[in-house]
Design a binder for this molecule. Structure first.
Ligand code: PLP
Length: 233
């Protein structure tokens, strides 16, 4: 059968989604988040039209511009996830539509998300960013703080704690990050079993282009993939 050659983006997308499906077993419990930072809206639209539901951005300004572009074109919006560090004063810009915020790491930030969520009459799902590797350069709370932090957030209206996220170091051999993913998975199971009110701990966001296979083996439910999908930045 002759199949017209697809462009490289779509080829990479189909290959990657198939691989994620295979690694995660059946029925698949792992979602692919397409990390579209620095990439043009046309590429996002192309993948969205092929069935990719969710896109991750790390900067509020860029996310707003892309959101607005979709709006101006009259296109259906994809699900937008914020994966990068979020400043309190920028929450208001994304509060009406953000699908999931992966990077909550302070009570002040969570309180502002809560406040904005109430203004927009919605519940905003969030993940807690954990700096498992304890890198100075990274955001996130420490492993020891997770439980008390979840308990502190659980009382805030308008937000729902959905799980945990980590950004692992960039390493040559993804095996070097396995302990990080395993550790976060342990904490995830632990917190899940505590059944804290107003939480629904079901998402584990870990693994990027370089190490998503290892992250899936260790229990990721969302992998955040940029360069392997869109090409290098
Ligand atoms: C950029 C980014 C990614 C994707 O990184 P790639 O290595 O390009 O797949 C994932 N998570 C976060 C938080 C990012 O900032």
């Amino acid at each position: 059968m002759y199949i017209e050659a697809e462009n490289e983006l779509l080829q990479r997308y189909h290959r990657l989604s198939q691989e994620v499906r295979q690694l995660s077993g059946r029925p698949s419990t792992v979602r692919l988040l397409a990390v579209s930072k620095t990439k043009p809206v046309q590429m996002i639209k192309e993948l969205f039209d092929c069935g990719q539901a969710a896109f991750g951005e790390n900067r509020v300004q860029e996310l707003r511009e892309k959101y607005r572009f979709f709006e101006e074109q009259g296109w259906t919006q994809p699900q937008w996830h914020l994966i990068g560090h979020l400043q309190r004063n920028k929450v208001k810009y994304i509060a009406p539509y953000i699908e999931l915020i992966h990077s909550v790491d302070s009570l002040d930030l969570a309180a502002e998300i809560s406040r904005q969520a109430l203004l927009y009459h919605r519940v905003i799902p969030i993940l807690i960013e954990v700096n498992v590797a304890q890198e100075d350069s990274k955001f996130g709370i420490t492993v020891d703080e997770v439980e008390s932090f979840v308990r502190a957030l659980a009382v805030l209206p308008g937000i729902c704690v959905k799980g945990l996220m980590t950004v692992a170091p960039f390493v040559d051999d993804p095996e070097e990050n396995r302990w990080i993913f395993r550790k976060l998975h342990e904490i995830f199971i632990d917190i899940q079993q505590k059944n804290i009110d107003n939480t629904c701990i079901c998402e584990l966001s870990m693994g990027m282009s370089n190490d998503y296979a290892v992250a899936i083996e260790e229990g990721a439910t969302i992998v955040r993939i940029g360069s392997s999908l869109f090409g290098s930045r």
